[in-house]
Design a binder for this molecule. Sequence first.
Ligand code: SF4
Length: 299
Amino acid sequence: MNKPDKSLIYPLFIPMQGCPGHCIYCDQSKISGASAFDLDDALVQVQAFIRRNPLVNKEIAFYGGSFSALPESEREHILSAILSVVDAQTSIRVSTHPLYIDKAILKHCKKFRVRTIELGIQDWHDQVLKASGRGYSADQAYKACMMIKMAGFKLGLQLMPGLPGASEESAILNNVMLNLVKPQFLRLYPLVVIKGTPLAELYQKGEYQPLSLTEAISICADYYELCRLTRVKIIKYGLPSNIDPTEVLAGPYHPSFGELVKQEILIRELRKHPDKREKLDASERQLLRAHGCRVLDQG
Ligand code: SF4
C-alpha cells in the first residue's frame, strides 16, 4: 500500500496564467470557478491557513494555470511572498504544462521549496494530444515526467479520458505509460464540454461525442484497478466541485462523480468476492445505497 499523503493542501488558483496555448476544451476561469489571481488576497488566506494548522505538514498549491510557464521574475515574486508567511512545515505544489519543465525551471522550483509538481498530461497518444491542441508530443511529456522524478520531486499526473480522438489504442497506450512513469499520484478528469470553448463548437456541429456518465465511471474504475496493481494513488475523480454546472454543455459531469466511481469500484469488488457483502462497514453500505444502487438488496 502507498503511504497516505498526510499534507494539508491549500489551493490557490491562477486561472490560465502562464498558459501556453488554448486547449480546445479549456476555460479555466469556468472550471475552477476562480477569478484572477490576487497575491495580496492570497497572502491573507495563506496566513490564516497557516495559523489554523500549526505543526502539521502543509502544501500551498497553485492550480488552474501553468505555473512554471510564468516568467521567472513573476514566479520568484509570488513564491518569495508566499514563503515569507508560511512556517517550516509548509512546502509548495505547482500544477503545470509538460512543455515548461527543464533544468533551470526545476532548479528554481527547488530553490523556492517546491516539493510536488503536477503535470497535466491528459493523454499519451500523439493524435489525441494534437486533436486537443495540447501543443506537445507524448515523448516530450514522458521526458518532462522523468526529469521531475530524477530531480527528486513528487510527481502527480492528470489524465483526461474522453478527449477528441481517444480510442481503444490510446486507452492501451495510456495504461502502458502510466505503468512506465509510475507517478506518485493521479487525478482523473473525464472531459466535459464547457460552453464557449472550441470543443463546444465541435460538439454542436456533431464532430465530437463526449463520454456518457456510465462510460466515464467505468473508465475511472478501470484506472483504479490498474493503479491498485501499480501502487499509484488516485486522488481525484472528476472536475472540481466548485464548477458552475450551468457552464457545462455536455459530457459526464456529476456533482458526486467521485462517489459514483467509488461505488462502481465497490460493486466490482462484490461481484468478484460476493462473500465480502457481509463484511461491509457502515460507510461502504452508505456509499452503495447512495444514488439508488440496489446491489445490497439483491440476494
Ligand atoms: S488546459 Fe492548461 S494549457 Fe490548456 S488552455 Fe487550459 S490553462 Fe492553458
